[in-house]
Design a protein around this ligand. Structure first.
Ligand code: HEM
Length: 139
């Protein structure tokens, strides 16, 4: 999986928003910051997935530059569909096979939903995965 900085190089001299960028300049596109831009998003820091249910919201496929988790254009992610299936399958299995509980009687409202860069956050609350009951199907 790629990090939220998209690394590109200009193929020719160009001007973007009044800035001249010569050919062969390495350009880092900060997709993380774009997705949190106050001029594009209402309460960008708020974890609110249902915002995407509203009509006219940007989708993630690369045509709406406010939200480019898979990049955009010719160098966008060719593994997008596989990535989407993989994430869905993983989350579905984790939800199907386990009950997720907060430790020590902690309330959901006390859970810190801030994200950090990296795969694990040492400050993160460790959720407790309780395997859910399964029927034994005779062979
Ligand atoms: C949820 C999962 C994934 C996310 C969020 C993701 C995201 C991205 C992003 C942001 C880029 C850079 C686009 C750019 O520079 O403009 C990228 C490139 C790429 N991704 Fe993914 N990706 C995912 C899954 C996958 C999978 C499953 C594969 C392959 C099986 C894959 C293969 C690639 C390749 C080969 C590139 C480089 C494309 C190029 O430079 O032309 N990605 N991806």
């Amino acid at each position: 999986m790629a990090p939220p900085m998209l690394l590109h190089e200009t193929a020719e001299d160009t001007t973007v928003s009044g800035y001249f960028i010569p050919k062969s300049t390495r350009v880092w596109i900060n997709a993380w910051a774009i997705g949190r831009d106050k001029s594009a998003w209402d309460e960008p820091e708020k974890f609110n997935p249902s915002r995407f249910l509203n009509e006219g919201m940007p989708d993630f496929k690369g045509s709406n530059f406010e939200f480019i988790p898979f990049g955009s254009g010719r160098r966008s992610c060719p593994g997008m569909q596989l990535g989407l299936y993989a994430v869905e399958m993983t989350v579905a299995n984790l939800l199907h096979c386990f009950k997720w509980e907060l430790p020590n009687g902690m309330k959901p409202s006390e859970l810190d939903m801030n994200d950090v860069l990296g795969l694990t956050d040492p400050r993160a609350v460790q959720l407790v995965a309780v395997p859910s009951y399964r029927l034994n199907c005779p062979l």
